[in-house]
Design a protein around this ligand. Structure first.
Ligand code: HEM
Length: 415
């Protein structure tokens, strides 16, 4: 058995923080392989990239999620004791709860809610001197996510809840005061959703049976017990927060439309082009750099030993832009999706494998439908100007947003 190649230096935490999307693929390329060993946050870690690595990451029984996430990510982005840290039957059972929310008519209902909100917001955009798109979309999606999930959102709370949801996904990986802000946001947001769960359970609040809040409040775990209100609060946020996070993909899609204006006409002429366009945005624009697991029992892959206790990081962005799977991987070419079937392992912006059995994101269809709805609105329903601004992606942020947050001017409804 060979030993896994090692990265330079004793600990790679800083190198990863400095270069979250390139560190794993670049190091793999330097070492001429799919994996290497290092320490991250002082822990022995195996970093892997590419479709073959994704396949072993999602199919190897020796890999588990319990104890794989750094505490700082649990205390901000994910919360504690939610689905992300479950394994085996407990995970599959909880996953059924999330998958039960993803029927196509429910995804369409969310899309319709967003379209109505877009109509309303666009009226104000016409009168505004400028529109900071990312901020507007975050607010629209907070309203849509709450309405769809059966979470009451009084008008006076829209701004606060939007800021809290944003802090959870945008400042989770930050250091210093932003990180502490995200922890405070998690604390307040969980108190909020726990209150909703408790009110649904004691009957003082009612919501549709199909709504996420109702499903989570009444879900029974494998032992037949209701989730504790703390865990239910985390799981309800596992629906609302990521719907708001789709705003990042939407700002990135607006950026892509601006940088590749020939696609405006193509999307206008043919609705069928919307899907390849948003898939290419999800492939090429960085979002979450990697996902983590832990080796529960020793196993071997390609002659390398994965020893018990190691953390394993699978590179998402590098896999989506791996030249072994994708021609001209850094070029924005939506047409590549016309005749290319993706596999569960080579296109993994929201994780890989199978949604039911693995930890793959259950919200991919929501992300795609929301992105399509917004792109269709940008090309068919409004005209706008994009004034001079700094559209470079802010690489110090996760996910990297256009520095200006994408400003539009002179928005006009078409009709
Ligand atoms: C899991 C990304 C939208 C709910 C994940 C994972 C990633 C991801 C990378 C982890 C996969 C893994 O651990 O193997 C994203 C991105 C989104 C998005 C980039 C778009 C902005 C959504 C939406 C929802 C959602 C809209 C729900 C409405 C979840 C849940 C999990 C998850 C519950 C945990 C699944 C599990 O552990 O089995 N997502 N997601 N996500 N996502 Fe998403």
């Amino acid at each position: 058995m060979s030993s896994i190649p090692s990265a330079k230096g004793i600990d790679s935490t800083l190198a990863l923080l400095r270069n979250p999307y390139e560190f794993i693929p670049d190091t793999c390329r330097d070492l001429e392989g799919d994996l290497f060993e290092t320490r991250i946050l002082f822990q022995k870690t195996i970093c892997m990239t590419g479709a073959a690595a994704a396949e072993v990451f999602y199919s190897e029984d020796g890999l588990v999620r319990a104890g794989s996430m750094p505490k700082r990510i649990q205390r901000t982005l994910l919360g504690e004791k939610g689905i992300q840290g479950l394994d085996g039957e407990a995970h599959r059972h909880r996953k059924r709860m999330f998958m039960s929310l993803m029927a196509s008519e429910r995804i369409e209902a969310l899309e319709n809610t967003t379209r109505d909100l877009l109509d309303r917001y666009a009226r104000d955009w016409q009168a505004a001197e400028k529109v900071v798109l990312y901020d507007e979309v975050r607010e629209i999606l907070t309203r849509a996510a709450c309405a769809w999930s059966g979470v009451p959102l009084p008008e006076a709370e829209v701004e606060t809840r939007t800021a809290q949801m944003t802090a959870l996904f945008q400042d989770a990986g930050a250091v210093g005061w932003k990180h502490w802000g995200a922890r405070l946001a998690r604390h307040r947001a969980e108190r909020w959703t726990a209150g909703i769960i408790e009110r649904l359970r004691d009957g003082s609040l009612q919501t549709g049976q199909e709504s996420a809040a109702h499903v989570v409040a009444t879900w029974r775990d494998l032992n037949g017990e209701l989730l504790t209100s703390k865990v239910a609060a985390v799981e309800l946020l596992n629906v609302v927060r990521p719907i708001v996070a789709v705003s990042a993909f939407i700002a990135q899609a607006a950026h892509a439309l601006h940088r590749h204006p020939e696609w405006r006409q193509k999307l206008k002429d043919d609705e069928g082009q919307l899907e390849p366009f948003v898939q290419e945005v999800r492939r090429l624009y960085p979002f979450f750099p990697a996902v983590a697991a832990r080796v529960k029992s020793d196993f071997e892959w390609r002659g390398y030993r994965f020893s018990k206790g190691y953390r394993v990081l699978l590179d998402l962005y590098g896999t989506n832009t791996d030249a072994r799977s994708w021609d001209a991987p850094q070029e924005f070419r939506p047409e590549r999706f016309h005749d290319r079937e993706v596999t569960p392992y080579d296109f993994i912006p929201q994780g890989g494998g199978d949604q039911h059995r693995n930890h793959r994101c259950p919200g991919e269809w929501i992300a795609i439908s929301q992105m399509k709805a917004f792109c269709s609105f940008f090309v068919n329903a409004i005209d706008y100007e994009v004034p001079d601004q700094d559209l470079d992606l802010e690489t110090e942020e996760l996910p990297p947003m256009p520095k200006s947050r994408f400003i539009m001017r002179n928005v006009r409804r078409r009709q």
